[in-house]
Design a protein around this ligand. Structure first.
Ligand code: SAM
Length: 213
């Protein structure tokens, strides 16, 4: 993602503390209190400009959502969407997905979404991929028992790598599509990247995998 320098982004994130969770470690084990309703929590890691997470929150008022994004200059666009929509069941966090165990304890999260994660195609960068083993360990440590990851991407190499990574971890594959937009999957909410790449003719891959222990 091309990053524009937005020196004002940090202040804007601080200003909207009703939408952006600051000091998330304080809510570890008690996330229900952060939202209007105490209900299952789904998170998206690498939420980008927020179209997916706000779309999901609007479509599913009985689920709480948090969009997690490393780059403040990007998450600030997700904040703009949230300000416009004013969704009580959606929040944002400007943190690194590798450090989620600091903010969530086992069972806090009911589902993890990964959408169009950076592919990091060079082997020496494998550890940065959000489906690398160390990330799976973090997700498992914060999810409910038998929690799921729902993953979609246009990148065939990352998809193939991730299926193997999930399999090596002992996860169960519950759903796979090698061409999401020509499948019978219903209720797909598109991300910004998904719109961009599918409009250029790219195929979208999608899977749902489940932890077994
Ligand atoms: N999901 C969005 C979409 O589909 O439009 C954005 C996709 S973009 C290719 C990947 C995003 O993941 C970037 O905004 C990047 O900053 C974010 N990201 C990468 N590694 C991350 C990490 N470890 N923790 C949180 N966000 C991360």
């Amino acid at each position: 993602m091309r990053l524009r320098n937005k020196p004002w982004a940090k202040d804007k994130l601080l200003e909207y503390s009703n939408y952006v969770v600051h000091e998330p470690e304080q809510h570890r084990g008690k996330w229900g209190g952060v939202f209007e309703k105490d209900q299952p929590l789904h998170i998206e890691i690498g939420t980008g400009k927020g179209q997916f997470i706000t779309g999901m929150a609007k479509a599913n008022p009985d689920i709480n959502y948090i969009g997690i994004e490393l780059q403040e200059s990007v998450i600030v666009s997700a904040l703009d969407k949230l300000i416009e929509e004013d969704l009580p069941n959606c929040k944002l966090m400007n943190v690194n997905g590798a450090e989620l165990a600091k903010y969530f304890e086992s069972g806090d999260v009911s589902r993890v979404y990964l959408n169009f994660s950076d592919p990091w195609p060079k082997t020496r960068h494998e550890k940065r991929r959000l489906t690398f083993k160390s990330f799976l360990e973090v997700y498992e440590s914060i999810l409910v028992k038998n929690g799921e990851i729902h993953f979609k991407t246009d990148n065939q190499g990352l998809f193939e790598y991730s299926l193997v990574s999930f399999s090596h971890y002992g996860m169960k594959l519950n759903y796979v599509s090698l061409d999401l937009h020509n499948s019978d999957f219903e209720g797909n909410i598109m991300t910004e990247y998904e719109e961009k790449f599918s409009s250029r003719g790219s195929r979208i891959y999608r899977c749902e995998v489940q932890f077994q222990s």
